[in-house]
Design a protein around this ligand. Structure first.
Ligand SMILES: [Zn+2]
Length: 106
């Protein structure tokens, strides 16, 4: 499985990214020192960061899922037509068990 090495690196990067994003979603302190407007900004930023965090976590989980399947000899092979699934597709949708053509047809 050619993707394994790249996937592991990507996973590491994502884990780090998730940590950094988590740091940015810490509770906003209620003190007035940053002012009302900045506080509003901080709250807006926080929800953006939280959305992005959820996104990254779900990506990470998919990637982990993909990596856990790498040892499976059927990984990367379309369950429908038994052709290899495009590696680019597997990177983005590692949970996909069908190639693009078969997925399009359904
Ligand atoms: Zn197929």
């Amino acid at each position: 499985m050619v993707l394994t090495h790249g996937n592991l690196e990507l996973l590491e990067k994502l884990e780090k990214d998730i940590k950094d994003t988590e740091d940015m979603t810490q509770p906003i302190s209620p003190e007035n020192s940053i002012g009302r407007v900045s506080r509003m900004d901080a709250i807006n930023n926080k929800s953006v960061m939280e959305a992005s965090l959820r996104n990254k976590i779900s990506k990470r989980n998919k990637l982990k899922l993909a990596l856990s399947k790498v040892d499976n000899e059927n990984f990367g092979i379309c369950v429908n037509c038994k052709q290899n699934i495009n590696p680019a597709r597997l990177m983005y949708m590692p949970e996909s068990a069908r190639c693009i053509r078969c997925a399009d047809r359904s």
